[in-house]
Write a protein of this length. Structure first.
Length: 466
């Protein structure tokens, strides 16, 4: 029964790598450096071993010339002959461009993550991680066979330039209408973040083992690279010739020779890596004579280099000598007398400036005193006149206040008389009102009497008439 990892991992058609792995393991036993062994193991995971490095090329050639078949060659030839007896192919180189293989691996990883997120978008219980094994197997099956709507395995692989196109086309085909709807309503950013999270998880081997993904990328590269742009298939008559070729093959795995760098790459890109390797030692461009790592060169130039530009501490006093950080101390020591002369000249200038300022201050004081003298007389006379006017105004104000008080008393007496007259008038008015009321009462009584008399006369006239 297959393990869970084997059932969840996509497989493609097998290639004759067993014999090549035996060969690389045999040669790697002779490598003493632990770092170089780690690099070789990494290259073996990509089915492209680093059995030969630049540091041993010269010695290998010498041993072949002197001994004919050194121990390494004998072991290699024995294992190669064993492979040939099992029906292996001719002596063929199997080196692959590690950079191209890594690019294919990253493309597979990215496409699988995007497709898983697309398939789970818009679903309440959608889990992108659980869809990775199925989608990865489907992607590999699509790339191996079905490119034109045929059944898996019946299509034909294109050239290397078509591989990434097929990967992108497959990824786009996995978009669903629910995912498109979610993206239209502002879910694009969330999908992008989900893809990034899932990609980081898959890069650690969760859902698709790193070794299996790299082996799949290698086999796809060999399947598509029909023009041999990213791998070598040179064939030779004997294993000895093949070994010689592998020492100079442009796709042979090579470890960076710069101390501290553990990058492994194909020999055809060694120059490009070396041109950007942060661990490469470079001579200081300012000519201080030191060699510094490329990554630390900017800091060295700005803060450590003995040839970095520096200013003399006496520059403000007139020293215009050009020097750098390495010669600044010597300049200050050798030019002590000149610097002291500059200091003395500067002090003399300060003293002269101070005397000039004092003279100008004294002249200004005299001018101010003269101006004050000219202005003080008229101002004093004006002030005296103003004081007299103020005293006269004060007296006038006091007289006006006394007159106002007298007038106020007179007004009060007048108001009291008027009030008394008004009170008398009110009393007389009340008496008149009472008299009028009495008259009105008398008139009413007289009117009643007159009416009674008229009634009596009428009665008498009526009686006389009868």
């Amino acid at each position: 029964m297959k393990s869970r990892e084997e059932t969840c991992t996509p497989r493609v058609g097998l290639f004759p790598f067993d014999l090549f792995l035996l060969e690389t393991k045999s040669i790697s036993l002779k490598v003493a450096s632990k770092k170089r062994q780690v690099a070789l193991l990494r290259a073996m995971m990509a089915s492209a071993s680093a059995e030969s490095v630049r540091a041993r090329e010269a010695r290998d050639e010498t041993e072949k010339d002197e001994n004919g078949h050194p121990e390494e060659h004998v072991a290699f030839l024995e294992k190669w002959n064993q492979g040939k007896t099992r029906g292996a192919s001719a002596c063929r180189c199997s080196f692959v461009c590690l950079g191209s293989s890594a690019n294919v691996s990253r493309a597979l990883l990215s496409a699988t993550a995007k497709a898983a997120v697309y398939q789970s978008a818009g679903k309440i219980f959608g889990d992108a991680r659980s869809a990775v094994p199925t989608l990865s197997a489907e992607l590999v099956g699509h790339l191996v066979g079905d490119k034109g709507g045929l059944r898996d395995g019946t299509g034909s692989a294109g050239v290397l330039s078509d591989l990434h196109k097929h990967i992108e086309a497959w990824c786009e085909s996995k978009k669903t209408w629910t995912g498109g709807l979610s993206e239209s309503f502002g879910g694009a950013k969330a999908q992008s973040e989900a893809v990034d999270v899932l990609t980081k998880s898959l890069s650690k081997g969760e859902g698709w083992l790193v070794a299996d993904r790299e082996r799949t990328a290698l086999e796809l590269l060999l399947l598509y690279d029909k023009n041999q742009l990213a791998h070598c298939e040179e064939t030779y008559e004997t294993g000895e010739e093949l070994l010689r070729h592998k020492c100079v093959c442009s796709f042979r795995p090579t470890q960076c020779e710069n101390a501290g760098c553990v990058e492994v790459f194909s020999a055809n890109v060694a120059g490009g890596h070396d041109a950007h390797c942060p661990h490469k030692m470079l001579p200081c461009p300012q000519g201080c004579g030191e060699s510094v790592k490329r990554s630390g060169l900017p800091i060295h130039i700005e803060t450590e280099c003995a040839r970095r530009p520096a200013e003399c501490p006496f520059k403000n006093l007139g020293c215009d000598a050009r020097c750098d950080a390495g010669t600044l101390e010597r300049h200050v020591r050798e030019e002590t007398h000149a610097h002291l002369a500059l200091v003395a000249a500067s002090l003399r200038g300060i003293v002269y400036d101070a005397a000039t300022r004092d003279a100008k201050t004294a002249a200004l004081s005299l001018a101010v005193a003269d101006v004050v003298g000219r202005i003080a007389g008229p101002v004093t006379r004006q002030m005296d006149g103003l004081e007299l006017a103020a005293e006269s105004a004060e007296k006038t104000a006091l007289t006006a206040v006394a007159a106002a008080k007298k007038t106020e008393k007179e007004h009060d007496a007048l108001f009291a008389g008027v009030a008394k007259a008004i009170a008398n008038l009110e009393a007389e008015s009340k008496a008149q009102k009472k008299a009028i009321a009495a008259v009105v009462v008398s008139v009413e009584k007289l009117t009643k009497c007159t009416k009674a008399h008229e009634d009596a006369v009428k009665a008498m006239a009526a009686a006389a008439a009868k």
